[in-house]
Design a binder for this molecule. Structure first.
Ligand code: ADP
Length: 275
């Protein structure tokens, strides 16, 4: 199988037309920072909890810049071979297949390593020479070094995770990137995102945002992750499609947060009062 056909962990987005530009509501100066980083070919690390718009932002910027985006969702099995390439047996021959990173380096795409800290450490070693002045990729299996195309850019995301259970990123790796923090948008912006993403009315959007902020402030519950914008968007979609509000909030916001039946009931009661 061609490595490009394995879409389980990769997304190849073609350069879109104007119509296809994804909706993104800027929350700070991130667009300006990205444009300047792109101009200077500086790699960017997007830090922040899951569901705070990091992926959407990269998608939006790639569209804005008219560049191909290659997204690699990193997990504990992701190794440098997956990124750089491998030899495969084809009939009686052994053929080299470029991995997505090698293709991007050669042709000048934006590569987004989503959750880089989850990947195997050899990935960090592989991107070293791409994240400093050398801007080149060493393919050890071929003994070749490739100079990066002038349009190549590397973006990575990382969830710092204030509670235990999250993998850390070494300071020496972090210092190879400029960094942008992502967090939950201001209430007004988050309500606007919900309305724009789902078509839900403003009043309901505001109530959902109030619920989220209430739960986000309940730090004593010891939740590993709290209510993300993504969960709110899901709740808003269900409500917009006609599922009763309380049920929508329960299945999209409360249940994904915890498996503790007492906490679920307490949160569901709280949400019922607020929606
Ligand atoms: P992350 O990559 O941080 O886990 P995503 O980019 O996948 O999060 O965001 C999850 C969802 O939240 C998006 O699909 C989108 O619906 C919504 N979202 C979050 N922030 C924004 C934003 N600033 N503008 C538009 N949509 C947003």
């Amino acid at each position: 199988m061609n490595i490009l056909e394995d879409t389980s962990s990769r997304t190849f987005n073609n350069i879109p037309d104007k119509e296809g530009i994804p909706f993104y509501k800027p929350v700070s100066k991130e667009i300006e920072v990205f444009r300047h980083a792109y101009k200077n070919k500086l790699p960017i690390l997007l830090k922040g909890p899951t569901g705070t718009g990091k992926t959407r932002f990269v998608d939006y910027m790639a569209h804005q810049l008219g560049k191909r985006l290659i997204t690699i969702a990193c997990h504990e099995e992701t190794s440098s071979t997956d990124l750089i390439g491998r030899f495969i047996i084809k009939g009686a021959e052994t053929v080299w297949i470029d991995g997505p990173l090698t293709q991007a380096v050669k042709h000048g795409a934006i590569v987004y390593l989503d959750e880089i800290a989850e990947a195997r450490p050899d990935i960090v070693v592989a991107i070293h020479s791409l994240t400093d002045h050398r801007k080149e990729l060493y393919i050890d299996k071929l003994g070749e070094t490739i100079k990066a195309h002038q349009d190549f850019m590397l973006i990575a995301s990382f969830n710092p995770g204030y509670q235990k259970g999250f993998k850390e990123l070494k300071p020496s790796t972090r210092q190879r990137f400029i960094a942008l923090s992502f967090n939950y948008p201001k209430p007004k912006d988050e309500a606007l995102i919900l309305a724009a993403e789902t078509g839900i009315d403003e009043g309901v959007a505001k109530k959902l945002v109030n619920i989220a902020n209430k739960i986000r402030n309940l730090t004593d519950l010891g939740l590993t992750e709290t209510v993300s914008t993504r969960l709110l968007v899901d709740a808003a979609k269900l409500i917009h499609s006609g599922l009763p509000k309380r049920l929508s909030v329960r299945v999209a916001v409360v249940e994904p947060l915890t498996d503790d039946p007492e906490i679920i009931e307490a949160l569901a009661d709280l949400c019922d009062l607020m929606i």
